[in-house]
Design a binder for this molecule. Structure first.
Ligand code: FAD
Ligand code: SF4
Length: 508
């Protein structure tokens, strides 16, 4: 009897554990564009198009390879609307009683599959470098689960950038070389663009008709939508941008949306690229002498360190993780996150590019939109919902730890040893935003002062009980305490006035 082989929209890899376990001659592959997945958050139209187009092309390649694929398009009249519904429909159709799946990357779907009246085998997703049990062993008995130590274990295990047992070049981490401010100009033309083919165009029309009024521009659509294109995008990045990736990793520029970033997170998250092949290409470029060590190590750390670690934290912490709120932040997300006018140039630029591209790089997400939300005390559930809605690479296993944990400190410090907050000074140092801003970053208080400057101290002051004993923050509280009392009062009063205006819908 045939079994159903479930392939989800972010499992588009030929070597998926469920496909490896299947029998091509007798089993049936089930793939479905379902309303529940497309609408449980209002994803950016570019992201929906990317996922559906990549799914359609992957299904076609499986068929060419001899698989029996039952594919349901969103507008098919008998579409059951959910993954469990589609599995039941295909089970009826084929008489199958068993389903083989690769474990989904989201608690919601893992639980939905577990509750089904079919026999379900959920296999480990071994496209990741670390397994869940390996992380649990590593985490056992540790007081804190810092990424850096996990990363070193992954380096030793994979052998990436190692000379025997020692890290290449003698250091595990070259981040101190990776903090150069925005350069005068950029000699990289950006990520590789792909012209939509017939399959992609059909999906674009569908998405335009069904989701065209959601936040985000659908066109121009230029993402890679199959493995061949994703490979070309990777090669293009390694050759033209990787050598400067490290130097300008943290820099931000208003009119250079991609700087030297790879823009391949979504391709990895969908399964079009394997993280190992990405790291192989990066290491090779360094070994060939084309890429400096700080860039190669920095990049590999993002992939085998941060990316893997975030996934592990998501599973380790459990299903309630995305809704944590350790700082008890309750303010509603202000309309400027949806493109309402703001005089704050950094925010306006970050939101504008997010709307256009479904992309912003890490520091824009962390130190502009994330920093502002944290300083203002926005409800982290609303912040998480925003990040899930607006980025091309958003999937809960990676968005939640980055947003709830790293960016909003809503997990109480599982990921970050201190909150990622800054005044305007950091943004000014790392970007060219401030020169074109209505506000003055140099001005600390008073009419026209950069709002980040007062919000930063207001945050420190209102969370003093939690943070003052943190040794990494002692200096900050020392500086605050040395300020004259009337200066501190002015800062707090101005921040409160700003927050009042923000919440009442004034343009800030
Ligand atoms: C608030 C916030 C939300 C985020 N949401 C997501 C998300 O939904 N999906 C997502 O894939 N990444 C997310 N990130 C991490 C990171 O910002 C993106 O992976 C990165 O910007 C993607 O662009 P890139 O491919 O050009 O990355 P590059 O800068 O070129 O980095 C290389 C690769 O490293 C990996 N990487 C780097 N940092 C991280 C990280 N912190 N977590 C996981 N992987 C990382 C990505 O796979 C990325 O492609 C978020 C970060 C923050 C601060
Ligand atoms: S002055 Fe402040 S608000 Fe304006 S761009 Fe700089 S950091 Fe942003």
């Amino acid at each position: 009897m045939s079994r159903l082989i479930l392939v989800l929209g972010d499992q588009l890899s030929e070597n998926l554990s469920a496909l490896r376990e299947a029998d091509k001659g007798s089993d049936v592959v089930v793939m479905a564009e379902v309303r529940e997945e497309a609408t449980y958050v209002q994803h950016h139209p570019k992201k929906i198009a990317l996922v559906f187009a990549a799914m359609r092309k992957f299904a076609a390649s499986l068929r060419e390879d001899g698989w029996d694929v039952r594919y349901t398009e969103l507008d098919d009249t008998d579409n059951a609307g959910s993954i469990p519904g589609e599995l039941l429909r295909r089970a009826d159709e084929t008489g199958a009683k068993e389903v083989i799946a690769t474990e989904p990357g989201e608690w919601r779907l893992i639980e939905a599959l577990s509750d089904m009246p079919l026999k379900i085998h959920q296999l480990a997703d071994d496209r990741f470098i670390a397994s869940r049990s390996e992380f649990e062993d590593w985490a056992k008995g540790r007081k804190s689960l810092r990424m850096e130590y996990f990363y070193r274990e992954q380096r030793k295990k994979t052998g990436y950038m190692m000379d025997g047992d020692e890290p290449a070049g003698g250091q595990w981490n070259y981040d101190h070389d990776n903090r150069q401010p925005a350069p005068e100009d950029i000699d990289f033309g950006g990520p590789m663009h792909f012209t939509p083919d017939e399959t992609v165009e059909a999906v674009l029309e569908l998405v335009e008709a069904r989701f065209g009024n959601w936040f985000g521009e659908l066109r121009p659509f230029w993402f890679a939508t199959d493995r061949g294109q994703a490979r070309r995008a990777l090669t293009h990045f390694v050759k033209h941008a990787l050598p400067k990736f490290g130097d300008y990793q943290d820099a931000m520029m208003g009119d250079e949306r991609f700087l030297y970033h790879s823009v391949i997170s979504a391709y990895m998250n969908l399964g079009l690229l394997d993280p190992r092949e990405v790291c192989d290409a990066v290491e090779q470029s360094w070994r060939d002498g084309d890429t400096p060590i700080n860039a190669a190590e920095g990049y590999i750390r993002q992939v085998i360190g941060w990316r893997e670690y975030m996934r592990q934290i998501y599973f380790h912490e459990g299903p309630d993780y995305p809704r944590r709120n350790a700082l008890n932040h309750q303010r509603a997300l202000p309309p400027l996150y949806w493109g309402a006018e703001t005089k704050m140039h950094c925010l306006s630029k970050a939101v504008e590019q997010t709307r256009d591209e479904a992309y912003a790089h890490h520091i824009q997400r962390l130190m502009v939109t994330g920093n502002f939300a944290l300083l203002c005390g926005i409800d982290p559930a609303e912040v998480e919902d925003w990040y899930m809605r607006v980025y091309f690479d958003a999937f809960e296993w990676v968005t939640a730890p980055n947003t709830v944990g790293m960016s909003q400190f809503a997990d109480g410090g599982v990921i970050a040893s201190k909150p990622y907050v800054s005044s305007g000074t950091y943004i000014d140092k790392m970007s060219d935003y401030c020169g074109d801003c209505h506000y003055s970053v140099k001005q600390k208080t008073g009419e026209g002062a950069c709002p980040f400057n007062v919000l930063y101290w207001h945050f420190m002051d209102r969370h003093r009980d939690r943070f003052e004993k943190n040794p990494r923050m002692a200096q900050i509280y020392g500086t605050w305490d040395r300020m004259k009392p009337d200066k501190r009062e002015t800062i707090v009063a101005e921040a409160e006035d700003f927050l009042k205006r923000l919440s009442s819908g004034d343009t800030v």
